[in-house]
Design a protein around this ligand. Structure first.
Ligand code: FMN
Length: 354
């Protein structure tokens, strides 16, 4: 069931360099992160954070910051969310007019702020309205339109196969499936049989399997058990930005996976910090980097005390001082990757309250 890795995957007319995609993680997989990940190799497609369609057409600064890109940040899809057909179409047309190559519609976000207005995963509860909206969206632009969704609202409403079939008819060119329901949030494990049912529901468009891929072996299993055409990797890429390159080496070229060393990981962290600082300035870079401290702490296997200093990061001098110390330290022994879950803040508790 694995795809022919020697053949390049196309979304609409766009040939992609690999079948290993970066799944969007709002607040993390932004332009500075993408620009430091891409040179590591192996990345087939990245997607921006979800952007409110209305904010885009109202030309709000924050929305334009989210879609900021550069020529070396390709291929890139811009992800939009909303509920009003006219607004989504206008946002897609605006994106097309400024040269965006793919528009991705978010139908998977479980967060209260998004679903209370009927957006994100709530669209999976309104079959007729959503199908009509997707028809209109596809018809409004010439560039490929893709969709990212979950398996359904809850276990009693597994609607992804239905929507996938309808969307293919409407002209959607690829669909990413996060193999959980909205009710599951981020808990439990990903349901690969559920993703497979979506692959079987469509005729020819590529399905991108997503959820819980942390290693090359996880990616291999996702391809083998679902028959998906590509995989989307989110949290796994925060912990190991080399995962795309490793997937390409192992799955495409049949080579052994090379694990980056401690110093390489520090160098990556420095590049990431510097990229953030060059875009957002020292103060914002430090604030944003505090959020990343947990997973850099895990990836570098640093002590709690050192990690705490990263969490409290105030300025560039503090960052470089810490890096200088880290370079002289002996890394602690590696723990299995499954136990290194990057603790990024995620919605938790009863999901009505997210
Ligand atoms: C902090 C966070 C932010 C996310 N932001 C988005 C987003 O903006 N758009 C989207 O479609 N999915 C978003 N997701 C979902 C991921 O793209 C992905 O579907 C999910 O994390 C499962 O994949 P993973 O196990 O590889 O991370 C987000 C997930 C997390 C944890």
């Amino acid at each position: 069931m694995t795809p022919d890795f020697q053949t390049s995957l196309r979304i609409g007319g766009l040939a992609l360099p690999s079948r290993f995609f970066l799944a969007p993680l709002a607040g993390y997989t932004n332009l500075p992160f993408r620009l430091v990940v891409r040179p590591l190799g192996g990345l087939g497609l990245a997607t921006t954070d979800l952007v409110n369609a209305r904010s885009l057409i109202e030309k709000r600064r924050q929305a334009f910051e989210l879609i900021e890109t550069r020529p070396d940040d390709r291929p890139l899809a811009v992800q939009i969310f909303g509920t009003v057909k006219e607004e989504l179409c206008a946002a897609a047309q605006l994106l097309e007019s400024i040269g965006v190559s793919i528009v991705d519609l978010n139908m998977g976000c479980p967060v209260h702020k998004v679903v209370r207005g009927g957006g994100g995963s709530a669209m999976m509860r309104e079959a007729d309205k959503t199908v009509a909206l997707v028809h209109a969206l596809v018809g409004s632009v010439k560039i490929p339109v893709t969709v990212k969704m979950r398996l359904g609202w809850d276990d009693a409403n597994i609607s992804a196969p239905f929507f996938a079939r309808e969307f293919e008819q409407a002209g959607v060119t690829a669909i990413t499936i996060h193999g959980r329901t909205r009710a599951q949030g981020f808990s439990g494990s990903v349901n690969r049989a559920g993703i497979r049912a979506v692959v079987e529901a469509v005729g020819r468009i590529p399905i991108i399997g997503n959820g819980d891929i942390r290693t090359v072996e996880d990616a291999r299993t996702m391809f083998a058990e679902t028959g998906c055409a590509a995989v989307g990797i989110g949290r796994g890429a925060l912990l190991n930005p080399w995962i795309f390159q490793q997937c390409e080496a192992a799955l495409v070229r049949g080579e052994l996976v090379v694990t980056p060393g401690y110093i390489e990981r520090i160098n990556f962290m420095v590049s990431h910090y510097e990229m953030l600082q060059s875009f957002r300035g020292e103060r914002v870079a430090c604030i944003q980097f505090r959020k990343m401290s947990r997973w850099y702490g895990r990836a570098l296997r640093i002590s709690k005390a050192t990690q705490h200093r990263l969490v409290m990061l105030k300025d560039a001098a503090g960052f470089y001082g810490l890096v200088a110390e880290l370079r002289t330290m002996t890394p602690r022994p590696e723990t299995p990757v499954k136990h290194q879950e990057p603790h990024i803040p995620m919605p938790s508790g009863p999901n009505e309250q997210w």
